[in-house]
Write a new protein. Structure first.
Length: 248
C-alpha cells in the first residue's frame, strides 16, 4: 500500500504547475518515488531473508490452513493490481516501482500457498524458509534494475533508451551549424526528458523556424520533451568557457 501511495502521490505532484521557486514544478518527485520504492523492496527482502535464516535454524509449525486462504486472496488482489500496471511499467519507472511491488506480493503469496500445501502433506518445516529465500532472490533480481535506473535518473544520467550519439549527429547536421558543445540530456521525471545545447553557427541570429523544427524533431524522433538551445557565432575573441567537454 505504501508503494502504491508513493507512486500515485508522485504522479499527482508531477502534474502540478511550476512556481517561481520550483521552475520545473514537481516532476522529479516521480524519480524520488521510484528510488524510495526500490529501497523499500530491498529492505523488505532483507527482512524476509533474516526471518528465513532464523526459521532454518529453528523450524516452526505454520497455521497452514489460514496461510493458504490468506495467501490465495493475496494472489488475486495483488496479481490483478499488477496487471493494471503492466501496460505502463516499461515506459515509466515510477509505475515500474508500483508494478514490482504488486508482482512481488503476488509471487510471495503464490510461494506461500505452494509451500503450505506441501508442508501439510509432508511436514517438511524447512520448506517454508527455503521458499522464502527463493522468493527473496527473485524479488532482488527484479528490483535491481529499478534501483539502478532510479539512481541514474537522480544523478542526471542520460535516460535509458535515449541515443545520445544519434542526437549529437542530428544537431550537428542542422542548417548552418558548424559545432555543438555543452550538450546535456537528463530526466526531468520518469517519463520526460530535457536537453540543453550550444549550437555554433556562422550567423547566430534568432531563427525561430530552426528552433521550432529542431524542437519538434527532437520530440518526435528522440522523445525529448524540453529542449533549450543557445546559439553562438564562435568568435575566437569570445570563446565559450563551457565548450571543453570536461567542463560543466
Amino acid at each position: 500500500m505504501l508503494g502504491l501511495l508513493l507512486g500515485w502521490g508522485a504522479t499527482a505532484l508531477a502534474r502540478r504547475a511550476p512556481t517561481r521557486a520550483r521552475t520545473y514544478g514537481y516532476k522529479r518527485t516521480s524519480i524520488a518515488a521510484a528510488l524510495v520504492n526500490a529501497i523499500i523492496l530491498l529492505i523488505t527482502v532483507g527482512a524476509i531473508a533474516l526471518e528465513a535464516f532464523r526459521r532454518l535454524s529453528a523450524p516452526e509449525e505454520a497455521a497452514s490452513g489460514t496461510v493458504i486462504v490468506v495467501a490465495a486472496v493475496g494472489i488475486l488482489v495483488n496479481g490483478a493490481t499488477a496487471l493494471m500496471f503492466m501496460a505502463g511499467h516499461r515506459r515509466d519507472l515510477n509505475i515500474k516501482g508500483a508494478f514490482l511491488h504488486m508482482l512481488a506480493d503476488a509471487a510471495t503469496s503464490a510461494g506461500v500457498v505452494v509451500a503450505a500445501l506441501i508442508m501439510r502433506a509432508t511436514h517438511w518445516l524447512w520448506l517454508d524458509p527455503a521458499v522464502s529465500l527463493a522468493i527473496a532472490a527473485v524479488i532482488t533480481i527484479g528490483t535491481w534494475s529499478l534501483l539502478r535506473d532510479s539512481v541514474n535518473l537522480a544523478m542526471d544520467v542520460v535516460p535509458e533508451g535515449i541515443d545520445r550519439d544519434a542526437i549529437e549527429t542530428y544537431l550537428a547536421g542542422l542548417p548552418g551549424v558548424t559545432e555543438i558543445h555543452d550538450l546535456h540530456i537528463w530526466g526531468m521525471s520518469t517519463t520526460e526528458t530535457a536537453l540543453t545545447v550550444h549550437l555554433v553557427r556562422s550567423s547566430a541570429t534568432v531563427d525561430d523556424e530552426l528552433t521550432a523544427q529542431a524542437s519538434r524533431e527532437l520530440h518526435e524522433r528522440f522523445r525529448i520533451e524540453h529542449a533549450t538551445f543557445q546559439f553562438e557565432v564562435g568568435h575566437p575573441s569570445f570563446p565559450c568557457r563551457l565548450a571543453p567537454p570536461h567542463i560543466v
